[in-house]
Design a protein around this ligand. Structure first.
Ligand code: NAD
Ligand code: GLY
Length: 363
C-alpha cells in the first residue's frame, strides 16, 4: 500500500492507495471515525449491482451504520437529492460527531462531501472513490458540490475529507467508456504539471486502456501526488489550483448545454482540452507539436478531440460566462505555456474564442 499526505496543517490527511485496501477497511478507517454513527453514501450501481456496499458495511463493526443511495447519474447531482440525504440523517438522529463515507465515483463523492460540509455546519467525511476519475482527481482536495441548471458545480463548499481510501481493484468493473473518461483527467496532470509523466502516458496508453494493474497504480499515485502538491499550495484556488481546470471551462459548457450526463465529464474535458491547447497555439504560447501529441494520445484513449456537432460555438459563451474562475464577470481560461506548465489568461478575444471552438467541433 502506498500512502501520500495532503499537507494542510491541522487538516492534513492521508491518501491510501493499493489493490484490495477495502479488505482492510476496518483497520484503516478505525482512527478516522470519531463517533459511533456512520452513514455510507453510494448509488445502486456501485452498492448493489457491483456489490461494493455490503463488504464495506461488514467492516464497520461496532458502529451504528446506515446507508443512503443517490440515484446513479450526473443529472441527479442536485439539491433535491442532498435534501433527501439530510432527511435520512435527521430521521436517524445523526449527531455532529457522525461520519459520512462516500463510496462511488465523483458524483457521489462531490455530493456527499457537500452534505458533510453543511449538515450541522460540518461533520466528518471519508472518500472511498471507485472510478478512475474520482481516484485521480475528485476525491482529493476538498472541492464538493452540486450542479445548478444554469451552471455545472456552481453550488458547493471546500470540505476536505479526513481520509481518502483508494482500492485500485474496484476499477476492474468499470465500463470502458468510464475508464477513458478518467484518463482525460490523467492526461491533464501531465499537460499542466509534468511533461515526463505525459511522455510516460504516451508509452503506456494501451496498457492503461487494457487496465494493466501496474500502469494504473503508477498513474493513480502520480496524479494524487501532483494533486496533493497543488492543493497544499493553494487550497481555495487563488492561483495554481486553477490549472487543474485545464479544458474544464469549455468542458463544463458542453456538459451543461448537452444536458448533464449526456457527455461524460471526462469526455467533455478531453474536447475542452483540445480547444484550450489550440487557443494556446494560436496565441503563440505553445508549439503546435504539443497540440498534435495531445490529440493523438486522447484518440488512443478513445476520447473525443472535438466538441459535439449539435452545439454551436455561440452556445458555449453564455455557459463559459458563469465559470467559477471568472473575475468580475470576465472569462478566465487555463492555457498551456509548454508541455508540463499551465497559466491563467483573461481578456481573450471573443472572435478568436469562437473560431477555436468552431474549428474543434464535430467529427
Ligand atoms: P460518476 O460518479 O457518475 O461515475 C461514473 C459511473 O461509473 C456511474 O454510473 C457509477 O455508478 C459507475 N461506477 C462507479 N464506480 C464503479 C465501479 N467500480 N465499477 C463500475 N461502475 C462504477 O462519474 P465520475 O467520472 O466518477 O465523476 C464525475 C463527477 O466528478 C462530475 O460530477 C465532476 O464534476 C466531478 N469532479 C469533481 C472534481 C472535484 O475536484 N471535486 C474533479 C473532477 C470531477
Ligand atoms: N478538479 C479541480 C480541482 O480539484 O481543483
Amino acid at each position: 500500500m502506498k500512502q501520500l499526505i495532503v499537507e494542510l496543517g491541522e487538516r492534513s490527511y492521508p491518501i491510501m492507495i493499493g489493490a484490495g485496501v477495502l479488505n482492510q477497511a476496518a483497520e484503516l478507517l478505525s482512527k478516522h471515525l470519531p463517533g459511533k454513527q456512520v452513514m455510507v453514501v453510494s448509488n445502486p450501481n456501485v452498492a448493489e449491482q457491483y456489490g461494493y456496499l455490503k463488504p464495506l458495511l461488514s467492516q464497520l463493526v461496532g458502529k451504528e451504520v446506515s446507508y443512503h443511495l443517490f440515484p446513479d447519474g450526473e443529472e441527479y447531482k442536485t439539491q433535491q437529492q442532498i435534501d433527501q440525504l439530510y432527511a435520512q440523517l435527521l430521521q436517524n438522529k445523526h449527531s455532529r460527531n457522525t461520519s459520512l463515507i462516500a463510496l462511488g465515483g465523483g458524483v457521489v463523492g462531490d455530493m456527499t462531501g457537500y452534505a458533510s460540509a453543511c449538515y450541522q455546519r460540518g461533520v466528518n467525511f471519508i472518500q472511498v472513490p471507485t472510478t478512475l476519475l474520482s481516484q485521480v482527481d475528485s476525491s482529493v482536495g476538498g472541492k464538493t458540490g452540486i450542479n445548478h441548471p444554469l451552471g455545472k458545480n456552481m453550488i458547493g463548499a471546500f470540505k476536505q475529507p479526513g481520509l481518502v481510501l483508494i482500492d485500485t481493484q474496484v476499477l476492474h468493473s468499470l465500463p470502458a467508456r468510464e475508464l477513458s473518461a478518467g484518463l482525460a483527467e490523467v492526461v491533464k496532470y501531465g499537460l499542466i504539471y509534468d511533461a515526463e509523466f505525459f511522455a510516460w502516458l504516451e508509452q503506456q496508453a494501451e496498457a492503461l486502456m487494457a487496465m494493466d494493474d501496474q500502469a494504473l497504480a503508477y498513474a493513480i499515485e502520480r496524479c494524487c501526488a501532483i494533486k496533493a502538491e497543488v492543493v497544499a499550495q493553494d487550497e481555495t484556488e487563488q492561483g495554481i489550483r486553477a490549472w487543474l481546470n485545464l479544458g474544464h471551462t469549455f468542458g463544463h459548457a458542453i456538459e451543461a448545454s448537452m444536458g448533464y450526463g449526456t457527455w461524460l465529464h471526462g469526455e467533455a474535458v478531453a474536447a475542452g482540452t483540445v480547444m484550450a491547447l489550440d487557443l494556446s497555439v494560436r496565441l503563440g504560447m505553445l508549439p503546435s507539436e504539443a497540440l498534435e501529441r495531445t490529440k493523438l494520445l486522447l484518440q488512443r484513449m478513445k476520447l473525443p478531440i472535438a466538441g459535439p456537432a449539435e452545439l454551436s460555438a455561440e452556445q458555449y459563451l453564455p455557459k463559459m460566462a458563469v465559470d467559477k474562475k471568472n473575475v468580475d464577470g470576465n472569462i478566465r481560461l487555463v492555457l498551456l505555456e509548454q508541455l508540463g506548465r499551465a497559466c491563467l489568461r483573461s481578456a481573450v478575444d471573443n472572435e478568436l474564442l469562437l473560431q477555436v471552438i468552431r474549428d474543434n467541433t464535430g467529427a
